[in-house]
Design a protein around this ligand. Sequence first.
Ligand SMILES: [Zn+2]
Ligand SMILES: [Zn+2]
Length: 756
Amino acid sequence: MIDTSAFVHYLSAQPGYGGQIVHVEHIPHRDAEYAELEQPLHQSLDRFLREDKLLPLYTHQAEAINYARQGMNIMVATSSASGKTLCYNIPVMESVLTEPSSCALYLFPTKALAQDQLRTLRDYPHLAPEAATFDGDTPQAERAGIRKSARVLLTNPDMLHVGILPNHQSWSRLLRHLKYVVVDEAHIYRGVFGSHVACVLRRLRRLCNFYGSSPRFICCSATIANPGEHAERLVGLPFRVVASDGSPYGGKEFVFWNPPIIDEAKSVRRSANSEAANLFAELVNSDIRTLTFARTRRLTELIYNYTRHRLAEIGSAQAKKIKAYRAGYLPKERRQIEKELFSGELTGVVATTALELGIDIGDLEATVLAGYPGSIASTWQQAGRSGRSGDKSISFLIGVDNPLDQYFMRHPDSFFGKSVENALVNPDNPYILRAHLLCAAWESPLGSEEVFGSTFEREREGLEEEGLLRERRGKWYLSPAVAYPAQNINIRSTSGENFAIVDTSTNSLLETVEACVAFFQIHPGAIYLHQGESYLVEELDLPSRTAYAKLTSANYYTQTKELTDLHITRVIKHKNCRQTRVYLGEVEVTTTVVGFKKKAQFTEEVIGEEPLDLPPQHFPTVALWFDLPARVAAGLDKGQLDFAGGLHAVEHAAIAILPLFALCDRNDIGGVSTPLHPDTGKAQIFIYDAYPGGIGIAEKGFDLVEQLWQTTLRAIKECPCQEGCPSCIQSPKCGNNNKPLDKKAAQRLLEGLLLR
Ligand SMILES: [Zn+2]
Ligand SMILES: [Zn+2]
């Protein structure tokens, strides 16, 4: 077992150490808390669980099972590795044992997780013969048997959407007797994907109703700020939340590691990736079993190579005991690496988030996170890969040059305190809802359909006007022109419209990219990563929606610049916050990708810039915007501060900070700021959802706007730079080359917004 404090001390005594350790959180050892069930377990189940050392139950497990037995829908939101699976496996096993025909449906976001869970279920003698996975890999020959007799079906939302619901007649036995629906990793279902899944679950509920069943839902999630709200929006039913964790914990030293500043004026820090490689080498060389997480496949390889060389340089035998792991590898290679890590043949692995979820890789002692993974939930999930056995562990979070990373480096309390992240879905998104109404109509003609919420009638009428639905005696049928709608709807994307990427050396299809992001990812000159290989896009043919690309050894990556216009179509609601009016509304956004930058790998240095000539793209979405305090604006002139630069800086920083409150990526949000907006005749800052129809982010920002202003102000004010830098007000995506920007004006404006 590692002596974590000694290791931290050792690092800080190294000759090259430059004060990187900005915080060490001592997460104490915690003993398990147990509880009894209100009603005892079925005898044979009790015996089995006892033999497998799964009893007594932790308090949260007992609480969840008690509620499930009372017929409530439950959402279990406790830490990773807290034994959440028992919260659903026990009620399901009980019903399989005691009710001769009852069935359960388990949904996992990936096939690998479903297969992993099947291996667990196979250990339960009661369930082994009853459980089966059903996904794209299930052999045709086995499918009929599964439909006929499986009682616990493990699948993913994609398969439910495209394979099971549209063929519900052949699944009628399962649907008629469906008692439990398990939705594991529910926090993954957010944004576009989550909004689709919310509609798929409504289609499922509707068909269950048709077959006369009304299953209970058991959802599990990482710790989020809104577990109850999220489960209710996702499923559309009331939920009971179980969040007090009774599982034991071995204790952890969580180190926040901020690379030293190498350019004072611009506040540029040393690369987080080389810091990660150094830490990884130190840990592995001390024979500490370590998993390092990199943000991209490219960085995974770079950190791996760098660490291996470094270990070889110092003559460490460990150089041969590390490997890289990423999504592009063949399943066989991945299983091999998982096995070697599990058995201890390997001391360390560098991985992308492909390894983040559930897959059992045994117990590790240390984790290194090269950059904040984008959410507190993911950070805990990644850091939680060390210390699962109940022994002490150590984790490092390395800060990169961006506002959220640096905010946490300065405010570790806001990371370790109460979760502020909200998982968001928008089941009323008209584009997504309409797509699923067509699927629902295929499954069974539409009637009054309360399950689809308050916008159902409006969207149904819209589809009727488009000729996609036809009314007959109070029922709406799918027009014969629409064949098998589910097949054309990818629930992991907003639109069904994709661009193809063709490899010109083989003339074969590499992959497809969603239309709404195509101009950002596969414009001419773009470097596109496919399975860890870099491809250079040589041509983008718009009429045929095809990009032509070839393999390249280029050692840079590309980042687009865009210009945005925004037009207000409707104010949904407004409110006063402090002395300012804040609005939420429907807007029409027009973005034009105007050029791109080439950035060197690892150093992030800009090595080139090229213009692009692409047509503008329009889409309707949801935005929040607010007025600016007039007195402050007038005062800026006197202080020779730039009003427009202040607005622009507030916009950039607020967009970077919003993912602290709403589980999303900076790229899921867009912004516009202007000293005079034509629709309002005033200075305005807009923040909008970057997906057609909106996915709930701007709405959450509207609700929490005061906190958003406060946190944005802190991020700007506390940044040590003089004129603004990537850690506060600069944005890598800015179409105006980050001009004008005025850090002091931004600070004044935010202070003005927060005046009482
Ligand atoms: Zn700064
Ligand atoms: Zn900008």
